[in-house]
Design a protein around this ligand. Sequence first.
Ligand code: GDP
Length: 432
Amino acid sequence: LPVLAIVGRPNVGKSALVNRILGRREAVVEDVPGVTRDRVAYKSEWAGRRFTVVDTGGWEPDAKGINASVAAQAEVAVDLADAVLFVVDINVGATATDEHVVRMLRASKRPVILVANKSDDAVKDTQAAELWSLGLGEPWPVSAIHGRGVADVLDEVMKLLPAVSAVAKQEIGGPRRVAILGRPNVGKSSLLNKAAGEERVVVDPMAGTTRDPVDENIELAGKIWTFVDTAGIRKRVHLQHGADFYASLRTAAALEKAEVAVVVLDVTEPISTQDLRIVELVLESGRALVLAFNKWDLLDDERRRYLEREIEQDLAHVAWAPRVNISARTGRHLEKLVPALETALNSWDMRIPTGKFNALLAELTAEHPHPVRGGKQPRILFGTQAATRPPTFVLFTTGFLDPGYRRFIQRRLREVYGFEGTPIIVNMRVRE
Ligand code: GDP
């Protein structure tokens, strides 16, 4: 989906604006297991078009950190968004920080809409005129809290967002899109450099960038692949505070542009919460997943035993992801990366015919019926795979199924069809 990023200083009302844009939809909890954390990217819809809102305001720095943090947010927005809402507090006007960020935004040539928030009445609206001085064109006065003006801004956003998102372009025959993710120093750049070798072909930098291309096309095993946000992989950011948030933002935004993620882990160090957070972001995004265990050349027998235990404990929920044990330094097993990517993408694209799915449902409910709850036994009337990328199944039932029972159905789907490398989603529609 095309990405709209919301950027601005702390306290200008970015979160209120995000909530307003999401409307009630935010309350519709997506039926994905384990998704209950502070999120960065949200699906939204306006005038029948779907897009992703990236909220850069999840971390609000103290006074000293403001410039660095806002600049870092803007940088992510510029690299990875298709359009930017730049938010200013109408009561405060444009500050030096705003002007600095605006220079970055303008240099990027990304479409930017200037939003003057906290304009609670028509009299206030007239103050917005002062913001012409930022050079971003017409300021749009809104009140995110009261909803004034937001519809007009969204109409304008629809004019500026590209009709075809990067991922949709792939559907019409472009290269498949890969995000290399992982915490700092696990070896992402090394992997990218080694994989690319001499073969790096930088074709077709993303439209609108005057700086380094954000994505790179690289030929691997005879095929072109697009590695998204390679600019982000190479960049070394030194933020005193908020580095984790910046990294999450970058990761979530890169995932929006990718179809499959390679999460790189460093085998010489214990699997950390930061590693798991990245895996979580991939699951939230619904992208295909490959796990790359890097620095295998440094692994000794003792560490190896620990590693295996850690994988069993911490990565059991993604046991379906293909694993490659590599060394970006020596080149060990790098040739296994492409087959793993292909397996994951094939699963991500896979569609099970409705007849076969219902035959499987009939078989598994006969063999293992849903337990009786409060004197009732929910029945599955019918099921169908409603979507691919990732495979998403809908069950029409006479009552709520236990989470355990839905996991059982997922497990059986995997036993029968594999789905190696892709999350699968099983939703319910209860018919009373
Ligand atoms: P990034 O921050 O994830 O992009 O990590 P880098 O690619 O910059 O790598 C961090 C450090 O780990 C560098 O000193 C690399 O030379 C080293 N490194 C990366 N991959 C390997 C590997 O497979 N084996 C060994 N021994 N060192 C590696």
